[in-house]
Design a protein around this ligand. Structure first.
Ligand code: BV8
Length: 256
């Protein structure tokens, strides 16, 4: 692993496929709090209280208020240079780009990203807690405050379309396929504390075929730092613009 080996750019050759994983840190410069920083989202709320099925059963009103507050904050925020840099790269390399976000805000989409999944769900969607077959609801405005829990047509409660701890992340088959075929794996703004996302960098190295080149961008080393080819220390909004440079395939020995 090398740290901040200059120059700070990563060559993306015509035969490279780029997999990007983002966490709360990429939205920090948009003003959205991260989870584990000192004044993080969990401040005042124990994870078990607001991000587990047990917390939902125990106090659904509190859970709805927690996510409604985050909807308001996300609606009031704007994508930052890091979101736009990823959307720009997708425009340049097309379907050789895949974005997996742990984030539930919509800043990637608002910056122009399209080929992406939200493995931990989406803030502006709700669903029937009984999985009655009713479609997932695009829902950016209702229950901005909770008087009573919104109810599905089947009579069950509506819940946030969020993956809580102990629940299975979304789109894992697609994510595994994209990790298996990427040649560059870039991770941005995540502490590496939450699985299975924190294992993606390992999967990209032990899969069949040549290991991917793996990079991390963030102001501090993540918990899984030793797994990365290179750690690029700095804020996403400062480091991502210009970092990934599509170019001609060049047979640089051991391209970094
Ligand atoms: C599951 C809900 C089984 C949405 C969230 C080992 C293997 C598998 C599972 C486990 C395992 N060990 C433990 C588990 C269980 C558990 C888990 O990981 N627990 C942890 C706490 C130990 N995992 C689960 O329950 C998951 N489910 O495993 O099912 C399974 C497994 C595989 C396949 C099928 C089934 C479900 C996890 C999802 C939980 N839901 N949130 C919401 O409310 O938002 S997780 C929550 O944490 C968010 O989604 C968030 O995205 C995620 C990760 O946090 P980070 O994004 O990393 O945020 P954090 O604050 O930690 O870090 C911010 C980083 O940004 C910092 O590093 C900081 O330096 C950096 N930063 C700050 N400013 C900037 C910056 N970076 C760049 N620029 C800046 N300006």
């Amino acid at each position: 692993m090398s740290i901040n080996a200059s120059p700070d750019f990563i060559e993306v050759a015509d035969d490279d496929r780029v997999f990007v994983l983002t966490g709360a840190g990429i939205s920090a410069e948009s003003g959205l709090r991260t989870f584990r920083d000192s004044n993080g989202l969990w401040a005042g709320h124990r994870v078990e209280t607001v991000a587990t099925p047990e917390g939902w059963e125990a106090n659904p009103e509190l859970v709805w208020q927690f996510y409604s507050q985050r909807r308001r904050e996300a609606q009031a925020s704007q994508p930052n240079a890091a979101h736009f840099a990823l959307a720009e790269l997708e425009k340049r390399i097309g379907d050789r780009f895949f974005l997996c976000s742990q984030n539930v805000d919509d800043l990637h989409e608002r910056a122009g990203s399209r080929n992406m999944v939200h493995m931990h769900g989406e803030l502006f969607k709700s669903r029937c807690e009984a999985n009655c077959g009713a479609p997932i609801i695009e829902d950016s405005h209702s229950y901005n405050f909770i008087r009573e829990i919104p109810i599905c047509a089947c009579g069950s409660r509506l819940r946030p379309h969020i993956v809580w701890f102990g629940e299975t992340p979304l789109e894992m088959t697609r994510i595994q396929q994209e990790i298996d075929r990427c040649t560059i794996l870039l991770v941005v703004g995540t502490s590496g504390a939450v699985h299975p996302a924190a294992s993606f960098v390992h999967w990209a190295k032990v899969r069949r075929g040549a290991p991917a080149r793996t990079y991390y961008v963030g102001p501090e080393e993540p918990l899984n730092a030793s797994a990365f080819t290179r750690i690029i220390l700095g804020k996403a909004g400062e480091k991502l613009p210009g970092l990934l440079q599509p170019g001609e395939p060049t047979a640089l020995p051991g391209r970094q």
